[in-house]
Design a protein around this ligand. Structure first.
Ligand SMILES: *Cc1c(COP(=O)(O)O)cnc(C)c1O
Length: 418
């Protein structure tokens, strides 16, 4: 692979020009005055048509090394044969019958998740399946309210957290800039400074039903919790019968080098939400809770049309089987160490933080988003997670040659940008 700039639309192209460029010469789009998609994602500069393992190809046939995996979604790489086969096979047999009836895979996947949460032995929980991270968190929030009862409904979250874009998960998200324009938001959320146990303790009044935290804040800049913090949170929760809920949507399923991020901290949360890597790109989310907590949901309290449907759970089953077979957490630990070591050696890199394969690369005085855009032009997919840091969430299956390739490309982009 070369690091020649890709044939992307010029920076000053209009949104319509960029979109046409990205999708190629498509007649129907050429005749449009404006992009047919809502502007909430900005204008993409590239259209990806195919993926295989750690690589992607755009509509002009250019190859890219994908060190972002969607956003920590395609942990097994693109077009994984076992996942593709499971989806293709299921698609020929049964897609949907509603949750009024049992289907083939969801009990199996729930049992597998419970064992991974128990790190090899059953953790004693139950699972609700849904379609996304935000929905998994909605389920967690509703469960906390049901568990707490009337008057005991507050969910305490951290600043810089990210829990989703629905109104309730946006209210849980500790980034006022993301929710200010959507007020009024649902009530019942409080925010505290990340990794500060004293401040957390100070807000715990009689209305608090749950504390809800990410083991590593992903969207908020890749900020890991400290062991003291998570252990202190668990102690406070036990003392006051408050639920300890963790958002593992980004950190779950081997990404951090353990099956779940909380397992780094020696705690046992009451409620765990997950999504991204669970389907390797097939939309699926899950909310796990200890059985006595799950029992707060009575029949009819919560539901979803598509959650747990056979196509998604067939994919998840193949994902979990594959991850176990290849010992995905060990791969993430090893590759994460190699990437960290390799990038720390670059002169413009001041720090690499994170856990396993969820990493932020802090740059010395460079605009991370401009660097990410230049990486894309040269064929490396990463993103700017803050003004000064790149986020790397490579597929867990990358080998030394992929790491060397990414490092070489980043080295040249950084040296030319500084
Ligand atoms: C991505 C993410 C979500 C939201 O997931 P969606 O599938 O986009 O709804 C929630 N929490 C965390 C920690 C995430 O990284």
């Amino acid at each position: 692979m070369t690091s020649e700039p890709r044939n992307l639309a010029p920076m000053d192209a209009t949104p319509v020009e960029k979109h046409r460029h990205a999708v190629g010469a498509v007649d129907s789009l050429d005749s449009l005055e404006r992009c047919p998609l809502m502007p909430n994602y900005g204008t993409p500069s590239v259209q990806f048509n195919r993926g295989d393992g750690a690589y992607l190809w755009d509509s002009n046939g250019n190859q890219y090394l994908d060190f972002l995996s969607g956003l920590a979604v395609t942990s097994l790489g693109h077009a994984h044969p076992a996942v593709a086969a499971a989806i293709a096979d299921q698609a020929t047999r049964l897609l949907h019958v509603s949750n009024l009836y049992a289907t083939e895979h969801n009990g199996v996947v729930a049992t597998m998740l419970d064992e991974l949460i128990g790190d090899g032995s059953p953790a004693g929980g139950q699972v609700f399946f849904c379609n996304s991270g935000a929905e998994a968190n909605e389920a967690a929030i509703k469960l906390a309210r049901r568990y707490g009862g009337h008057g005991r409904h507050t969910v305490v979250c951290a600043y810089q957290s990210f829990h989703g874009r629905t109104l309730a998960t946006l209210a849980a998200t500790g980034q006022p800039a993301k929710w200010e324009v959507f007020q009024p938001l649902p009530e019942g959320f409080k925010h505290v400074v990340w990794n500060d146990l004293a401040e957390l303790e100070a807000v715990l009044d009689d209305t608090v039903a749950a504390i809800f935290l990410e083991p590593v804040q992903g969207e908020g800049g890749v900020n890991p919790a400290t062991i003291e913090y998570f252990q202190g949170v668990e102690r406070l929760c036990r003392e006051r019968d408050i639920l300890f809920m963790v958002d593992e949507v980004q950190t779950g399923l081997a990404r951090t080098g353990r099956w779940f991020g909380f397992q780094h901290f020696g705690v046992s949360p009451d409620v765990i939400s997950m999504a991204k890597a669970l389907g390797n790109g097939m939309p699926i989310g899950a909310c796990w809770a200890k059985a006595d907590v799950a029992a707060s949901f009575k029949q009819g309290d919560h539901a979803t049309t598509y959650g747990g449907q056979p196509l998604a759970t067939a994919a998840a089953r193949a994902v979990l089987q594959t991850m176990k077979a290849i010992d995905a957490p060990a791969l993430a630990r090893r590759a994460g160490e190699q990437i960290t070591e390799s990038l720390r050696a670059l002169p413009q890199v001041t720090d690499v933080r994170g856990l396993g394969m969820l990493l932020a690369v802090e740059l010395d005085g460079l605009d991370a988003r401009a660097v990410a855009a230049e990486c894309l032009r040269r064929g490396l997919v990463v993103n700017g997670v803050t003004d000064s840091a790149l986020r790397l969430a490579p597929p867990l299956i990358v080998d030394e040659s992929h790491i060397a390739e990414a490092t070489d490309l980043l080295r040249s982009v950084l040296s030319e940008s500084s």
